[in-house]
Design a protein around this ligand. Structure first.
Ligand code: SF4
Length: 315
């Protein structure tokens, strides 16, 4: 039977029932996803006291899935929040060739959100300063950050909201660990580099995969960030692939890594700037969280590893 003939066949009751079931399942999943995103964003905002009454939150919109989702969720959370705060969306048009400049303004107008488009040709600066073939993202984002800080001051914003999510934070930790020799991530709330603003990351608890699904569900008019023709940041892509692989092969590992970022024990690291090793003296009080928590029992006796270790030292 030809494809044309198949197309013209009427739906049978069975196929109609199937598509109704599929549509119901999808609506159920989307509803669950939306609730999860609201819950995790609200939780992060509360845990870090990101937004307070009277704040004017500048929501930075790049045109990517994360910033669209952030704005969408913040607007809905604000509608239910017990406090009043303002939201102003800001986009920096960096004058990349082919940037569809009408897309964001049209979208923001359709939502009725106050917005500001800042026009600054950082594209030409980056092209001029970065040698051909080198990745341009780091200079580009440094320039963008400086401009956004200035704009925040001009608009009277008290908070600058960025759309980084849980996976961005974990990738940054491993980038610093593997290539920077630092134990450093991307905090959910911090003072801006110029000391004049407070930067917040309301999506800090949200998985990137959930944001991808949410963007699809909401049909956000995504603008790609690679219009500049830059090579992707290969090291970050490597971290992303690593994290996705771990998530598949070792369920729970990413959750554990993420929990660890909020559960730091400086006395068990090696940074003398945050722990006073030099003046350390025995207090006489045992520490149940001491060195032994993850020691293997070398004899498989199930005995407390500290006892075995002490015994070994005694020999
Ligand atoms: S992909 Fe292009 S526009 Fe995006 S951060 Fe990198 S250099 Fe900037």
């Amino acid at each position: 039977m030809s494809a044309v003939m198949l197309d013209t066949l009427p739906d049978t009751p069975a196929t109609t029932a199937d598509s109704v079931k599929k549509a119901q399942k999808l609506a159920f999943e989307n509803n669950k996803l939306e609730k999860r995103l609201f819950r995790l964003t609200g939780q992060a905002i509360g845990d870090y006291n990101m937004i307070e009454a009277g704040d004017r939150v500048m929501v930075c919109m790049s045109g990517g899935k994360d910033s669209y989702a952030m704005l969408d969720i913040l607007l809905k959370l604000r509608a239910r929040a017990p406090i009043d705060f303002d939201i102003i969306a800001v986009n920096l048009d960096q004058k990349q060739p082919g940037f569809p400049e009408h897309v964001l303004p049209d979208y923001l107008r359709s939502l009725g959100v106050p917005f500001h488009i800042e026009n600054q040709d950082t594209y030409s600066i980056v092209k001029r300063l970065v040698p051909e073939g080198k990745t341009t993202c780091s200079l580009c984002s440094r320039l963008r950050r400086g401009i956004l800080y200035r704009v925040a001051g001009e608009l009277g914003a008290t908070k600058i909201a960025l759309g980084h999510h849980r996976d961005d934070i974990i990738e940054t930790v491993f980038l610093n660990l593997f290539y920077g020799g630092k134990l450093k991530g991307m905090p959910p709330k911090l003072q801006s580099d110029d000391g004049k603003n407070v930067v917040i990351r309301p999506l800090a608890y949200v998985k990137e995969h959930d944001l991808e699904r949410y963007a699809q569900y909401k049909q956000f008019p995504i603008i790609p960030c690679t219009l500049c023709g830059s090579q992707p940041n290969l090291k970050r892509a490597e971290m992303k692939a690593l994290i996705r692989q771990w998530e598949k092969q070792h369920p729970g590992r990413i959750k554990s890594i993420f929990s660890a970022l909020g559960n730091v024990i400086p006395s068990h690291l090696m940074d003398a700037n945050i722990h006073d090793f030099k003046n350390l003296r025995a207090t006489g009080a045992p520490d149940p969280q001491g060195d032994i928590a993850f020691d293997e029992d070398p004899c498989g006796t199930g005995e407390d590893a500290s006892i075995i270790r002490i015994a070994q030292f005694d020999e």
